[in-house]
Write a protein that binds this ligand. Structure first.
Ligand SMILES: [Zn+2]
Length: 333
């Protein structure tokens, strides 16, 4: 199976995030993607397709080096059209410009974080202050934005888009998307996510073939609240998520079993929250149930939001899956 990868992810490397009352070193960093890449190479898991930057601006599309963070990527028109299908235009502009706005008021800090959120007047128009904008378009304090965040997020979405093309030709692909995407809503970033890569891939399949049926299975430890919310009231994309019970785990406010789809899409959303300490025996039963639900939809395309933080040793998760379990899991799927 081919892996699709973009060097642009290096440009998003914030120093700190706010975590449970403290500024700490970011959990989500370039090293995460590099470790995966290293293992794919070491275990000869197939060709790695390193994408050129999706820019229409520069003639130098084959560069192997990272682009300068001050050069803002102008994305390929097809990619931008797809991003607009799953994200609000004003939010896309926010991701692109907020860091420059932030630097004008906080010239010395290399990352921007919100400190207030709009719980007061939800219908208010977009505010002018960069501090307010950060809270207007974010749902947590753990998702710093830097000079290179836009470029990296575009590179990540580009991997999802190109992954879809390989799937159409070869049946399967692994898009190594960083930053991740499943917590990003239509108009809110959070959980280290800016553009929802799985949703972009689903939109790409549907754009290519408007009658295509698509299912998304999210196996990250944390509920895929962004993906759920984007498709919650749409019957064309089925969403299932197996995750740590949001009663105790991030993102806390979505991911409960009674969230089964909106008025226009009843039964099109399936959540499988599991308790902390879940082992493979418990997990595999729920995985079977989720796969049964997906099979009953008879989708032409399956997108897996593959977070592997269900592993026993993960720093911010509480399931107890072992390395061997992930091999079994791959065979199951
Ligand atoms: Zn996670």
């Amino acid at each position: 199976m081919k892996t699709v990868y973009s060097l642009l992810h290096h440009e998003h490397a914030p120093e700190r995030e706010f975590f449970r009352g403290n500024l700490v070193e970011c959990f989500e960093k370039p090293d995460r993607a590099l470790k995966i890449l290293q293992e794919i190479r070491k275990r000869s898991l197939g060709e790695i397709v390193t994408l050129p930057a999706p820019t229409v601006e520069s003639g130098n599309n084959n560069r192997e080096e990272f682009v300068d963070s001050t050069t803002v990527i102008e994305p390929d028109a097809d990619l931008l059209r797809l991003i607009k299908l799953v994200h609000k235009e004003a939010y896309i502009s926010f991701v692109r410009t907020i860091f420059q706005e932030w630097r004008r008021v906080v010239p010395t800090q290399s990352y921007a974080l919100p400190h207030t959120f709009n719980r007061l007047a939800k219908d208010r128009a977009e505010p002018a202050s960069p501090y307010a904008k950060l809270g207007y378009y974010s749902f947590d304090t753990g998702t710093p934005i830097t000079a290179g965040t836009w470029n990296a997020a575009i590179g990540s979405a580009w991997c999802a888009f190109k992954g879809k093309e390989i799937v159409r030709k070869e049946g399967m692909a692994f898009a190594l998307c960083r930053p991740p995407g499943h917590h990003a809503h239509w108009d809110i970033c959070g959980g280290y996510c800016f553009f929802n890569n799985a949703a972009i891939a689903a939109a790409a399949f549907r754009t290519h073939d408007p009658t295509a049926t698509v299912a998304i299975l999210d196996v990250d430890y944390h509920h895929g609240n962004g993906t759920q919310s984007i498709f919650y009231d749409r019957a064309d994309v089925f969403f299932a998520s197996i995750h740590g019970d949001p009663t105790h785990d991030y993102p806390y406010f979505l991911g409960y079993a009674d969230e089964t789809g909106g008025q226009n899409a009843p039964g099109q959303n399936a959540n499988f929250p599991l308790p902390r300490g879940t082992t493979w025996d418990q997990y595999t039963r729920v995985l079977d149930a989720a796969l049964e639900k997906i099979e009953s939809q008879n989708p032409q395309y399956l997108i897996v939001s593959l977070g592997v933080d269900t592993f026993r040793g993960d720093a911010i998760s509480k399931f107890l899956l072992e390395s061997e379990d992930f091999r079994t899991y791959a065979l199951t799927e």
